[in-house]
Design a protein around this ligand. Sequence first.
Ligand SMILES: [Fe+2]
Length: 313
Amino acid sequence: MAESEDIFLRAKHRTFSGLTEDAEREWTGPFCFIQAADPQLGLMKAWREGDCDGGGDEWAEEVELTKQAVEAVNQLRPRPKFMVLCGDLVHAMPDTPFREGQERDLKAALKGTDPSIPLVFVSGNHDLGNSPTPRTVEQYCNAWGDDYFSFWVGGVLCLVLNSQLFFDASGCPQLKETQETWLEEQLSRASSLSAPKPKHVLVFQHIPLYLKSPDEEDDYFNLQRGVRQNLLNRFKKAGVKAVFSGHYHRNAGGCHSGLDMVVSSAIGCQLGEDTHGVRVVVVTADKVIHRYHSLEQLRDRGMDEDLRKLLQA
Ligand SMILES: [Fe+2]
């Protein structure tokens, strides 16, 4: 990576600088990474005041929590190979008053991340708007890099998706089509016998396919059943091992017929009983093991001992 390169704009041309297939195709043994979601600067105050559409004019708490997360992650040994933020980076929707300030302050908080830990960004509904348009998607890409792309790390293929295009693409049907075509290519390549085979395939997106069970009813926090089933079938066929998401501000998910749907709570505002935290994910030759850690636990004790042992094996 060139030294002058913007650490927030490494996802370009549908790949991620430094984590390309050429550089990272080979399996080199077990490693860990951090999956986090919803720092969502501004939601804590908006939620407390019951004004989630208009509120959110203060975000010092989320900035503090993000800094705590960064410091705890920096201390981990072995170092995580990357940290992925699964969407809702900020609370202010595109073109609303506090957007700029929230994005600026989030970047300032994330700048403390050790330079050896790449930051991977996933777009959430608050980042793009609930019904994204070509313009809101472009604004996101200018601030945080591509909205969908693939990257490789230590022999593992990772797909970052724009789940808002699955949720409501009425304002940008063309973008939905383009992501579809790209995704199909990625998935068929992942299972192709003629290409180098990834050790695992992982997916990152903001909105979970489901919260508990693949056949649950539609609601605000999952993807609609038709879309969900379609993606589940394609992911399974391509050998996707796990889908990591946020959006729910609570921990949830479940493993069904070999595919692990992981729903992680937020760095920022909690909507349930979970703590502010991040998920530590350990990737071994045959497994992807993960556990949510509170920020305090991660700061004071690092990752759980059993996870650390897997990395030494
Ligand atoms: Fe959120």
